[in-house]
Design a protein around this ligand. Structure first.
Ligand code: CMP
Length: 138
């Protein structure tokens, strides 16, 4: 059993597709074991995306991530990191497979609706960034 962090980004929340996205997770046998809606501060967004701080898109990305509320979730299931990434589709929605969340709802490479941890180490950091142990109910 594995856990991963999923974020529904400000564009996904604004599109009113929180339920649609959760439905896809649950339909794939993934369980939501923690969830909260929050509005990140600039500092919080910068801390979350610290690995990207040298990238040219860092400022724009953190401004976008603070532009409205987001939904953070801990997902649990067998091989859930890879399963979630398959449901999301490629970062660039133009390269994402047909039927994926990003292919259907993203509007550009930055406004790509969802985020998902890419490895067990990043999942551990990202889950702890948003949730305390007591908030995760397996
Ligand atoms: P995410 O999975 O949240 O991880 C980093 C984010 O940076 C990515 O999704 C995109 O929203 C954003 N981003 C913006 N520009 C780029 C780019 N050129 N390459 C990769 N990610 C980008």
């Amino acid at each position: 059993m594995q856990r991963t962090l999923s974020l529904i980004k400000p564009d996904g929340v604004a599109k009113n597709i929180i339920g649609e996205i959760i439905k896809r997770f649950e339909g794939a046998g993934i369980r939501v074991v923690a969830m909260k809606k929050l509005h990140l501060s600039q500092k919080q967004a910068e801390g979350f995306y610290a690995v990207h701080k040298e990238r040219p898109f860092f400022k724009s990305l953190t401004e976008f991530m603070t532009s409205g509320p987001i939904v953070a979730m801990v997902l649990e299931g067998e091989d859930v990191i890879a399963k979630n990434r398959k449901l999301m589709g490629a970062t660039n929605f133009k390269e994402a497979e047909e039927g994926t969340i990003r292919r259907e709802f993203a509007t550009d490479i930055e406004k790509n609706v969802v985020h998902g941890s890419d490895a067990p180490e990043t999942a551990a950091f990202e889950i702890a960034y948003f949730f305390s142990t007591m908030e995760i109910v397996g």
